[in-house]
Ligand binder design. Structure first.
Ligand code: SF4
Length: 250
């Protein structure tokens, strides 16, 4: 028969679970936030779109970065903004010209979408991109990631983002089980829960850089990683490397 102390303990457990449905340990969360921001101060990349909070500039950089490496985006970003400095100028340009300016970035649906967003911004919002999540998501070509990036990088809101790099980092540090591609809802929730209040801009930039340069897909720098003491995947080994090691051992 359960005693009074048993039922108190289970009620405490229930309370804890209810308050923390993601299973996020508070001290682990704090350590992750502090260490990530410290790491970013030292190793964060100096990128041109981090020198502005203009929503148009942020949108252009985000659309360019969707399928293209940072190094290839940098020169094109500046060229594109010189040619089309505002939503109005982009909306007025023929789509064929916009595609030519976009070349050789590829995935030509992107300049078309960007042009469409510019037309809609001018028509519906007088040339000013809204900051509201629902309104941003109502644009054709703005998905959940881009809406979060615009809200945090242009409007300084604590809005979550989730791209491949962010998914990988959060999944490795806090989950480590299953395939990140099939766990998007939980990863989105964690991405939001991890943002330190008022620091969405730096935190989101930091986690993207961390995924791009430290916790990389194939050869993450686990040995010198600031998260290694609590990362659930430490030391991470890519599957193909494990197989290689097994073969060598025979
Ligand atoms: S310890 Fe390795 S897997 Fe974990 S966050 Fe660091 S680099 Fe990524």
């Amino acid at each position: 028969m359960p005693t009074i102390s048993d039922s108190r303990t289970s009620s405490k457990r229930r309370k804890k679970r209810w308050k923390n449905p993601l299973g996020l340990d508070a001290s682990q969360k704090r350590r992750f936030q502090t260490r990530l921001l410290k790491w970013y101060k030292k190793y964060g990349r100096d990128l041109p779109w981090r020198k502005t909070s203009d929503p148009y500039h942020i949108l252009v950089s985000e659309v360019m970065l969707q399928q293209t490496q940072v190094d290839r985006v940098i020169p094109k970003y500046q060229e594109f903004l010189d040619r089309y400095p505002s939503f109005e100028e982009l909306a007025d340009a023929p789509v064929s010209d916009v595609k030519k300016t976009w070349y050789p970035l590829g995935y030509n649906i992107r300049p078309e979408r960007l042009h469409g967003i510019a037309c809609e911004t001018v028509e519906r919002y007088g040339g000013r991109l809204p900051s509201d999540a629902e309104e941003l998501l109502s644009f054709k070509g703005i998905g959940r990631y881009t809406a979060g990036a615009i809200r945090s990088f242009a409007f300084n809101e604590d809005a979550p983002i989730l791209d491949t790099n962010v998914s990988r980092v959060i999944h490795r540090v806090f989950m480590a089980k299953g395939n990140p591609k099939t766990q998007k809802p939980k990863l989105w929730q964690l991405s939001e829960a991890l943002i330190p209040r008022g620091k969405g801009y730096d935190f989101n930039q930091a986690i993207m850089d961390f995924g791009a340069t430290c916790c990389t897909a194939r050869n993450p720098s686990c040995r010198k990683c600031p998260m290694k003491s609590f990362c659930r995947s430490y030391p991470f080994e890519h599957k193909s490397r494990k197989v290689a090691v097994r073969h060598e051992g025979r």
